[in-house]
Ligand binder design. Structure first.
Ligand code: HEC
Length: 271
């Protein structure tokens, strides 16, 4: 067994201490990522709430476009009741998908129609297959996309509306990659997913690419935090309850204080 003597350890620690400033100097300065323009979101702030209509349109965009490449494993179809989908709509959605079923008698893989308890899985059988189909990079699962991006919703919206076709003059051109203002190095393996009229909204909202980007961003933020509305409602109740208690406490304190004051005044009169 190798044992470090006390001297060895001290020498090692001293060497480390001396080299720290050098290491700090050698490390390349990490470029600060550009800040995407801030958008107004209904779910911003401590009292923010998700706009249900926008969530439902956003889910349409996810379901018709994004889910052809991306999974969202954190959600089950049943969870979509949280954006106001009916049980029948959820059943129909799940049924329309084929998911891997139990092996048959010969041990061969089978598929079955989806059920409300199934998760929104990736359309590819596994990550390697996804990467092979998509030119080397697998589409990431979208469950936590909005939460892991430092500028969450603002970045997603900027990214989804940040493609330039053709790329600006002088931009690097790489086959199979697309120019996007907000992608790492301005290049990304995902083709621009949104275009005007790509999804038809039944509520009459204009189906522009920009509107689709807003709605799908709202849906992605909800998906990464589906209980935000409930939490904010509970927060509001707790706040109202505590405020009520505070008012009662003040009234009570005044009453007791006043009683004390009158008694003191009476005592003074008696003297
Ligand atoms: C044709 C398949 C395809 C479709 C459709 C698609 N994506 Fe992607 N997406 C990809 C691939 C592949 C990547 C990984 C690309 C890379 O890292 O170069 C990706 C990456 C992403 C990223 C991560 C970008 C980053 O830099 O971290 C986001 C966000 C994203 N997609 C959102 C969406 C949304 C939202 C939709 C639906 C509106 C969508 N995608 C539709 C294939 C797709």
């Amino acid at each position: 067994m190798v044992r470090f003597s006390f001297q060895h350890r001290t020498a090692f620690a001293a060497a480390l201490l001396v080299s720290l400033p050098l290491m700090a100097q050698a490390a390349p300065a990490t470029p600060t990522p550009p800040v995407p323009p801030h958008q107004k979101w209904s779910f911003d702030g401590p009292l923010g709430r998700f706009d249900q209509k926008s969530l439902q349109r956003g889910f349409m965009v996810f379901n018709q476009i994004c889910s052809t490449c991306h999974g969202m494993r954190s959600l089950t179809y049943n969870d979509l009741s949280g954006i106001g989908l009916s049980q029948q709509a959820i059943l129909d959605l799940a049924h329309a998908k084929q998911v891997p079923g139990p092996a048959d008698a010969a041990g061969d893989p089978t598929t079955r129609p989806g059920l409300p308890d199934d998760h929104l899985r990736s359309p590819f059988p596994n990550e390697a297959a996804a990467a092979a189909m998509m030119g080397g990079v697998a589409p990431p699962d979208q469950s936590r996309l909005a939460a892991i991006q430092p500028y969450g919703a603002d970045w997603l919206y900027a990214f989804l509306t940040g493609y330039h076709m053709p790329p600006p003059p002088g931009a690097p051109v790489v086959p199979g990659k697309f120019y996007n203002d907000w992608a790492d190095g301005h290049l990304i393996g995902m083709p621009p997913p949104l275009m005007d009229g790509g999804v038809e909204f039944p509520d009459g909202t204009p189906d522009t690419a920009v509107q689709q980007a807003r709605d799908v961003t709202t849906f992605l933020v909800w998906a990464s935090d589906p209980h935000r509305n409930d939490r904010h409602r509970t927060g509001l109740y707790v706040f109202a309850y505590l405020s009520g208690l505070l008012v009662l406490a003040i009234a009570w304190k005044r009453k007791i204080w006043n009683r004390g004051k009158t008694r003191n005044a009476q005592d003074a009169d008696d003297r």
